[in-house]
Design a protein around this ligand. Structure first.
Ligand code: ADP
Ligand code: MG
Length: 699
């Protein structure tokens, strides 16, 4: 049987059960997985360092004669054999070479004196001299080694050479037949190299290849992978749009009795943006096709009200609504907002959380299945076994980027004709959203409720932390609250003790904020403890909350007026904006202090400078797009959320538009994808569907 991309790896020679299992653990099960697992690094074997110029704690490529190679058992570890030798340069200069287990390919083949080139780490040996530890060796008698050598991220059972050998086998057997998703004619038209050629370039870089560019994902081959994948993605979106137009949705066109009362009785005046979103959503819900809409609104823009309006609209039309949030606190907050705003309207609602007691849970599930409760708020608990709704008409997902595609699909599966409303505070720049999320309608809340003063953001070097603490102290003395965000839970091995929750809380309590009530919050606390901290801060029992970024999502404490982000250079702009959104929710002017640990980091300063100038999420997103390019943005933002492996290689948004245009052309020519030229497209599409990507549940 000829090798195909779907063939299991065990079909390759050299892959027994042990290696197959080790690779499968890394998600590499088929020949296709093998080839699409791209090298992490590229070593340049051309630039050779003279032995006299070796420096400790670097990696180097060196050339010479390998002499006096000896193997002996290691003391105490009889089954391991240590090997040592010397690499001798043209002038007789020598460097020691050590292996703690001679690689199999070296066994018995270097009797001594062979000319080699090797790559390895240079260390200081116990006698003070330099040594090269566990180098990779190529004998020069049989010709030059490849100029640029790929390095893969591999399980310890699989050596780099073994992996490269498997890739060689696979490419030899099917290199010419790797077609990709794009039909050849379209591909040629777009000037994209064939996928097989691209994979060969990435695994076996040609002599003139530039390692730095390869490593940065910046090559024609990377472009081809990203383009081909984006083409398949756009096909999926196109097909999805065609399907959606045929599906019938839960039509919600009952008279607006309760929703009208909700708007009339609000304790505040809705913003124009909120009213516009409400109109758009109302129109979508009234149509015969299921709505699939993303509600994008900056932190504090009042998305909850819009969602509650939509929920009530569905309920008053006789449908059920499920609203899912990523944390218990947030789900409870929704439930409470609902009770506060809609309690008087007599519409029953339930709350379903992981911690809901079994008896109560059973009762709620029974009522939901019977259609007796129209509204349910909850967490992941909503998509567990046993949850069924009689007439789900609307699924709302808050902080949707916190959920995976599967979660969203599972919620939707509770009601095949349900409308979907996704909410996010991390805006995707509109231009990008329109091409990428083409099967989503977008409503944007581009206006904050009145009376909010924009948060003043400033950057401070770590040396001025006392100044920052004084700013916070003044806020606390005025009766307000403050957050400190730090990157570590404890003084972990990888970091500085001062950057931890515990140490920061101690430092503040013993000195600058002595006398104020300080609490801590981090991801490793038990849920009950976390809640106690959050609740304490919300209700004022705590005045300072020292936390990791777990505090990022959705939490609404209007009294908080200062947020300090320690080691701010570690965070992305979108995340910083989310964090900053924890303050500025009340009437008091709020401050955000970004403390940078590394003053010399110019890139970090440019990035953080954006936060000082840009106050809205949309501005931050635009600046982010300019600084990082769409690929980086997509890669970070959507990792796991979209079935895209190579989006990180996209450097220019035009790729997305071009791929979309070609996908549309192709779908017009062959809507069911049954032409022979569509075979590759079909396979790629199946992969997307396999991933759980279907029915447009992305955002
Ligand atoms: P987000 O969009 O971040 O989810 P929320 O829905 O939590 O924002 O709203 C933030 C705060 O603003 C809440 O306390 C909410 O009651 C309040 N709010 C919402 N809309 C308005 C408005 N139009 N006028 C005044 N306050 C509002
Ligand atoms: Mg919210």
């Amino acid at each position: 049987m000829p090798l195909e991309m779907q063939t299991a790896l065990s079909a390759l020679s050299g892959v027994g059960p042990k290696r197959a299992a080790a690779l499968a653990d890394r998600g590499i099960a088929t020949v296709g997985d093998l080839l699409f697992n791209l090298p992490l690094h590229y070593q340049d074997w051309r630039a050779r360092t003279p032995l006299a110029e070796l420096k400790p704690a670097t990696s180097a490529v060196v050339e010479g004669r390998l002499v006096e190679l000896k193997e002996r058992p290691m003391r105490g570890l009889r089954w391991r054999r240590m090997a040592t030798g010397w690499l001798e340069g043209p002038g007789g200069e020598r460097v020691r070479v050590v292996w703690f287990n001679l690689p199999a390919y070296m066994k018995g083949r270097m009797p001594g004196g062979e000319r080699v080139v090797m790559h390895g780490r240079v260390n200081v040996a116990s006698d003070g001299g330099l040594e090269i530890v566990h180098p990779e060796v190529y004998p020069l008698d049989s010709g030059e080694p490849p100029a640029v050598r790929p390095v893969y991220g591999l399980p310890s059972e699989i050596g780099q050479r073994v992996y490269a050998g498997l890739v060689t086998q696979a490419l030899a057997a099917l290199g010419g037949r790797i077609g990709g998703a794009m039909p050849a004619a379209l591909r040629a038209q777009a000037g994209v190299m064939p996928l097989g050629e691209a994979l060969r370039m990435l695994h076996q870089p040609p002599a003139g290849a530039e390692p730095a560019k390869l490593e940065a994902g910046d090559s024609a081959a990377h472009y081809a992978l990203a383009f081909d994948e984006m083409f398949a993605f756009q096909l999926a979106m196109g097909i999805d749009r065609m399907r959606a137009a045929r599906r019938t949705g839960a039509r919600m066109d009952a008279p607006a009795s309760l929703t009208a009362r909700l708007l009339a009785a609000l304790p505040f005046t809705p913003t124009r943006a909120q009213l516009r979103a409400i109109d758009e959503i109302g129109a979508g819900l009234a149509r015969a096709h299921p709505m699939n809409r993303l509600l994008m609104g900056d932190v504090g823009s009042g998305k909850t009200l819009v969602a509650l309006w939509a929920a009530l609209r569905a309920a008053e039309s006789g449908w059920q609504v499920a609203m899912m949030a990523p944390t218990e606190l947030l789900a409870e907050q929704h439930y409470r907002s609902f009770t506060a705003l809609c309690g008087a309207l007599g519409m029953p609602a339930a709350l379903l959380l992981g911690k809901t007691p079994p008896a109560e849970r059973a009762r709620t599930l029974r009522l939901l299945a019977a259609g007796a409760i129209p509204l349910v708020f909850g967490t992941h608990a909503l998509i567990q076994e046993g949850v069924a709704l009689k007439r789900l008409g609307l699924a709302v997902i808050d902080e949707q980027h916190r959920f995976g595609v599967f979660d969203r699909a599972r919620l939707k599966a509770l009601g095949p004709s349900a409308h979907v409303l996704l909410m996010t505070a991390t805006p995707i720049p509109r231009s990008l959203a329109l091409t990428l999320l083409a099967n989503l309608d977008i409503s944007a809340l581009d206006e904050l409720p009145p009376g909010r003063t924009p948060v003043v953001t400033e950057i401070f070097p770590e040396t001025q932390i006392a100044k920052v603490d004084a700013i916070v102290r003044a806020e606390l003395e005025a009766g307000r609250r403050a957050y400190y965000i730090v990157p570590l839970i404890e003084g972990a091995e990888d970091g500085d003790e001062r950057l931890s929750v515990a140490a920061t809380a101690r430092r503040l309590g013993e000195g600058p904020l002595c006398g104020f009530k300080i609490g801590t919050l981090h991801g490793r606390m038990r849920p009950a403890e976390k809640e106690r901290a959050m609740r304490g801060f919300r209700d004022g029992a705590l005045e300072v909350l020292v936390s990791t970024t777990v505090v990022e999502v959705g939490i609404d404490v209007p009294e908080a007026s200062a947020i300090v982000v320690i080691a701010a250079e570690r965070y992305g702009l979108a995340q910083l904006h989310q964090l900053r959104g924890r303050v500025g929710r009340g009437a008091a002017a709020s401050r955000c202090c970004l403390v940078v640990s590394r003053e010399d980091d110019a890139r970090a300063h440019t990035r953080l400078g954006v936060m000082v100038r840009a106050t809205s999420g949309a501005e931050v997103a635009r600046a982010d797009l300019e600084l990082r390019g769409p690929g980086d943005l997509l890669g970070a933002r959507q990792s796991g959320a979209l079935p895209l492996r190579f989006a990180g290689f996209i450097r220019d948004g035009r790729l997305i538009e071009q791929a979309r245009a070609l996908a549309e052309i192709w779908l017009k020519r062959d809507p069911p994808l049954e032409l022979p030229e569509s075979a590759g497209a079909r396979v790629a599409l199946l992969r997307m569907l396999d991933f759980g990507f279907s029915l447009g549940d992305i955002g």
